[in-house]
Design a protein around this ligand. Structure first.
Ligand code: FE2
Length: 356
């Protein structure tokens, strides 16, 4: 069954209205709603649905453009066929710009009008389908955008949580490892708080050498853990009050490697591992465990080595009756500049030693 075509006829000429109603209703079988003024025609479109509008342009109450604009404002897809009694190209231009579909002129040819109506109806149906589709897409896009925003917020929250968890985990690990290092230090009454002092001295030297806050922080962490590998050395060797035998000395020399191996699996301490491994290397290559020299030794490790050596000289030891006085320790460092110690590190050390 074909859908009934619904026409809105806006016309203030009784004769034309009568003619069109008869022809369109009786001959063509359209449903025709009639309005005798431009404003009532626009109001009728607001409350009803039509497939096409035939509007006399102009009407007595509204000019041609006002009628078309008013109708289009209510239904942007409505098909308007203008009935123009006097053709004026300029006016037709305005009407097309305002949105008419086509126009007819007297004498009225009902077949031509019917042809325009039916083409217009097809256009109206297509325009409405396109608008519906476009509206659907717009709504879908909006829904997707909302989902995206929600998702982005969730990802942001999750990332924050993960970052927090990672940092908590990192700190927990670090605290555990540091406790372990402190416990190892505590085995030997002579070396208690040694790492703490080494850390302080190394930070002062590093700061004097212009290292960044981050680099200094890494050096401090390495200082606190540098002798962690002594966990693998027996108490008898560590606390031996007399000179070490060669095998005992070889045993001691393993501690930087043992320490680095313990720390290696902890990815967040990757910057610290090599500093721990290299903290007994000498500038002239005579150190251990790898015999590295010069700039082949990490700067942080060269700094830690000097701070470690200076602290050891100034502190009591089982194998030595009295610690060095400060002046003697400083002199010892100066003598070994360019040999055991990096001259640049010695230079910075001499500038800050009074703050130790
Ligand atoms: Fe050490």
């Amino acid at each position: 069954m074909t859908k009934e075509i619904r026409i809105l006829l806006i016309c203030d000429d009784e004769e034309i209205t009568k003619f069109l109603r008869e022809k369109l209703i009786i001959e063509k079988g359209y449903f025709v709603s009639f309005e005798s003024s431009g404003s009532s025609g626009i109001a009728s479109l607001r409350h009803n649905t039509f497939d096409a509008v035939i509007a006399k342009c102009p009407m007595r109450d509204l000019d041609s453009v006002e009628i078309v604009t008013g109708l289009k404002k209510i239904d942007p897809d409505c098909v308007i066929i203008a009935f123009v009694e006097q053709v004026n190209n300029k006016m037709l231009g305005y009407l097309y710009t305002a949105g008419i579909y086509d126009f007819i002129t007297p004498p009225l040819n009902i077949e031509k009008l019917s042809f325009l109506v039916e083409k217009g109806v097809q256009l109206h149906t297509l325009a409405q389908a396109a608008r519906k589709l476009s509206q659907g897409l717009k709504e879908r896009n909006e829904a997707l955008e909302k989902q995206n925003t929600l998702l982005a917020k969730r990802i942001e929250d999750s990332t924050k949580n993960l970052t927090r968890l990672y940092e908590d985990l990192r700190l927990t690990y670090l605290r555990t490892i540091k406790s372990l290092a402190q416990a190892i230090e505590a085995r030997d009454s002579y070396t208690r708080s040694h790492s703490e002092r080494v850390s302080k001295y190394a930070a002062l030297i590093a700061n004097e050498m212009g290292l960044s806050v981050k680099e200094i922080e890494i050096i401090r962490e390495a200082c606190e853990l540098h002798d962690l590998g002594k966990i693998g050395i027996s108490d008898n060797i560590l606390g031996k009050p007399s000179a070490l035998t060669l095998p005992e000395w070889e045993e001691i020399k393993k501690h930087p490697v043992i320490g680095a191996k313990i720390l290696e699996p902890l990815i967040f301490l990757s910057d610290v591992v090599d500093l721990v491994r290299q903290h007994h290397e000498h500038y002239d290559g005579t150190g251990y465990p790898d015999g590295r020299s010069g700039e082949d030794i990490l700067l942080g490790a060269r700094i830690i080595h000097l701070a470690d050596a200076y602290e050891a000289m100034c502190s009591p030891r089982a194998y030595r009756e009295e610690p060095f006085v400060k002046e003697k320790a400083v002199l010892e460092i100066k003598i070994n500049s360019g040999r055991q110690f990096d001259p640049k590190v010695v230079e910075a050390f001499l500038k800050v030693v009074d703050k130790f």
